[in-house]
Design a protein around this ligand. Structure first.
Ligand SMILES: Cc1cc2nc3c(=O)[nH]c(=O)nc-3n(C[C@H](O)[C@H](O)[C@H](O)COP(=O)(O)OP(=O)(O)OC[C@H]3O[C@@H](n4cnc5c(N)ncnc54)[C@H](O)[C@@H]3O)c2cc1C
Length: 162
């Protein structure tokens, strides 16, 4: 149980009591942060949980070692994983281990809650240099076989392909 989960449930119950049609919050849309160093953030399903649920899932990954923001901060370490359905590329989970992961979970919650596709995430313009760039780059290169990309190389590749 988390404060934000309790709040979401309370809002749904209050709306229901007032007669406002409201969907009850779904656990697979919930988010959590573990405030360790580095932080751990999670929203939705892991790859393993998705497969256990019978979903054909794959993971788009980003390696924060090559990231501009983590290098500027002197914390060039971490990983972002975007779990998505193979058939329609909808995102069903996001997991991050990086200093500042907690602040990434807002975008992650939005993407998972609304079932955005990798392509929708990839075409959102993420500011540079921020930790959120990982969303766009991981989504852009999902399934490219370049499982653990480095930001600078990906930028060059994307520019060449465009
Ligand atoms: C030390 C600590 C740190 C935490 N840190 C975090 C965090 O960083 N992030 C996070 O997301 N969550 C955190 N949590 C968890 C979060 O506080 C809870 O998940 C959240 O408060 C649960 O909300 P709730 O409304 O369900 O219950 P509560 O907040 O416990 O509210 C229940 C209320 O009901 C009242 N009550 C109980 N019995 C009766 C009764 N018989 N009659 C009338 N009133 C009654 C209680 O007095 C209380 O006010 C933390 C919890 C603790 C203890």
């Amino acid at each position: 149980m988390f404060a934000h989960w309790a709040t979401a449930q309370a809002q749904a119950v209050a709306a229901h009591l007032l007669g406002v049609p409201t969907a009850f919050p779904r656990p697979e849309h919930n988010s959590a942060v573990i405030f360790t160093s580095p932080e751990i953030g999670m929203v939705g399903l892991t790859e393993e949980a998705a497969r256990t649920a019978g979903i054909d899932a794959a993971v788009a990954e980003y390696d924060y070692r090559g990231d501009a923001r983590t290098q500027i901060s002197g914390d060039a370490f971490g990983r972002l994983r975007i779990v998505h359905r193979v058939d329609d590329r909808r995102v069903i989970g996001v997991h991050a281990l990086v200093e500042g992961a907690g602040d990434l979970m807002g975008e992650a919650a939005l993407v998972v809650r609304h079932g955005l596709t990798l392509d929708q995430v990839a075409t959102a313009i993420h500011p540079h240099p921020t930790l959120t760039e990982a969303f766009g780059l991981a989504a852009l290169h999902a399934g490219s076989g370049n499982g653990v990309p480095a930001t600078t190389e990906l930028r060059r590749e994307a520019m060449v392909q465009a």
